[in-house]
Design a protein around this ligand. Structure first.
Ligand code: SF4
Ligand code: SF4
Length: 344
C-alpha cells in the first residue's frame, strides 16, 4: 500500500481535506467551544515539546493520520534537531520531550538526538511502532538503547488479537509486535519496579469511538498476559481523527457523515478543557510549529509570529489562539482523546 502522497491522491492536498471538513451543515467546533466559554481556545503554558522527526515509516497503516510510509522521504535534519536542542536549553519548564514520526527510529540522527536531549535531563517519550525493531538488523539493539536512556515507550497495538491488528496495520504486524513486546519485557519494560515504562495504544478498527479506557486496559492486561506472558503499564485509548488516511477510509466506506455526527453528539466539555494543544507544542520535520500533531498534518501552522523553531518564544506562543476546526471534535468526544489517551 502506498501513502496518499505517493498515490497522488486528492486528499494528499490538505486544502482538500479542510474543504471537506468545513463544508457541511454540522455545528462548527468554534460554536461548541463558545457555548462553554472556551473560545478562543488558549494555551495554559508549554510543558510538552513534541517533535515529529519524519514521515518515513516501515508500515503503512490504514488509519494513519500522518500518511506515513516507506515512500515518505520527509525527515528532520540534524541542524533542525540542534535548533530544537537550543530551544530546550532555554526553556527548562518544558520537561517532557515526545518524539514521534512516522517511525522516528528511521531518522539516521534519532539516537544522536535522544542522547543530546538526555544531557539536558528531560523525560523522553518515544512513539515506537514495535515492528521497527525487527525491520532491520541495525534496529535490533533498540530495546537496550531505550533502557540505557530510560526512555518511556508508547506503542500502538490496535487490539489484542491478530485479525483486528493486522487488518489495520498490515499482515504479520501482530506477530512481530508480540515478539517485540516480549523482548521489551525481557529488558524490564512494563515490569513493576523496573522504572521502565511501556504504554500501549488502542484505536478503533472502524468508524466508532473507543470504549472506556480503564475497562479495556483490564481486558488487554488479562489477554496479553494469559496468552503471551506480556506485561505493560497503561493502555491509552485514542479516537481516530478524521484526517489523512482515516478520512479517506471514512469517505470510501460511506461512514464520514455518520462518524462526524457521532463525534459531535459525544462532545464532552470536560474533555474540551483538557485538549492536549493547551500544554503541548508540536514541531514539524522542517522546524515549523503547530498547536498539535493533527494541525501539523493539516499544515495549520501556529497563529502567531513565532512560526518556526528559530523564532521560538514562549511568551509569544502562550498568547496565541489555538487554531481549531471540525477535526477537533475527535479530541473532545466521549472520554476525550490525546496522545496520552483519554482526557476526561
Ligand atoms: S500509524 Fe504509526 S506505524 Fe502506522 S504508518 Fe502511521 S506512523 Fe507508521
Ligand atoms: S485537534 Fe489539535 S487543536 Fe484541535 S482540539 Fe485537538 S489537540 Fe487541539
Amino acid at each position: 500500500m502506498k501513502s496518499l502522497k505517493a498515490q497522488g491522491h486528492i486528499l494528499s492536498d490538505t486544502r482538500q481535506q479542510l474543504k471537506i471538513l468545513d463544508h457541511n451543515d454540522m455545528i462548527p467546533f468554534q460554536q461548541k467551544l463558545g457555548s462553554i466559554r472556551l473560545f478562543p481556545l488558549k494555551p495554559k503554558g508549554i510543558e510538552i515539546f513534541q517533535v515529529n522527526i519524519g514521515k518515513m515509516c516501515n508500515q503503512t497503516c490504514r488509519h494513519c493520520h500522518v500518511d506515513a510510509g516507506p515512500d515518505r522521504k520527509e525527515i528532520m535534519t540534524r541542524d533542525t534537531m540542534q535548533q530544537c536542542m537550543d530551544v530546550l536549553k532555554l526553556y527548562p519548564q518544558m520537561k517532557i520531550v515526545d518524539i514521534t514520526g512516522g517511525a522516528p527510529e528511521m531518522n539516521p540522527d534519532f539516537r544522536w538526538f535522544v542522547e543530546e536531549i538526555k544531557k539536558h535531563d528531560r523525560h523522553i517519550m518515544v512513539r515506537c511502532n514495535l515492528t521497527i525493531i525487527l525491520a532491520n538488523q541495525k534496529y535490533y539493539n533498540l530495546p537496550q538503547f531505550y533502557k540505557q536512556h530510560g526512555i518511556e515507550l508508547i506503542s500502538s497495538l490496535p487490539f489484542y488479537t491478530q485479525d483486528r491488528t493486522d487488518r489495520q496495520r498490515g499482515n504479520g504486524v501482530f506477530e512481530d509486535s508480540i515478539k517485540v513486546l516480549q523482548l521489551l519485557n525481557n529488558e524490564g519494560y512494563g515490569i513493576e519496579g523496573s522504572g521502565l515504562v511501556l504504554n500501549l495504544v488502542y484505536n478503533p478498527a472502524g468508524a466508532f469511538l473507543p470504549p472506556a479506557q480503564q475497562a479495556l486496559q483490564k481486558e488487554y492486561k488479562q489477554r496479553l498476559k494469559e496468552k503471551y506472558g506480556i506485561l505493560f503499564n497503561e493502555l491509552y485509548t485514542i479516537t481516530n481523527m478524521p484526517i489523512n488516511r482515516y478520512l479517506d477510509y471514512l469517505i470510501n466506506s460511506g461512514n464520514y457523515e455518520r462518524y462526524m455526527d457521532k463525534l459531535i453528539a459525544a462532545f464532552n466539555p470536560a474533555a474540551a478543557q483538557n485538549v492536549m494543544c493547551r500544554n503541548t507544542i508540536s514541531v514539524g520535520w522542517d522546524g515549523y510549529l503547530y498547536d498539535c500533531d493533527f494541525n501539523q498534518m493539516l499544515e495549520l501552522k501556529v497563529d502567531c509570529p513565532a512560526k518556526h523553531i528559530t523564532q521560538f518564544d514562549t511568551s509569544t506562543l502562550n498568547k496565541r489562539s489555538i487554531i481549531i476546526g471540525q477535526h477537533c471534535y475527535g479530541c473532545t468526544a466521549g472520554s476525550g482523546s490525546s496522545c496520552g489517551g483519554a482526557t476526561a
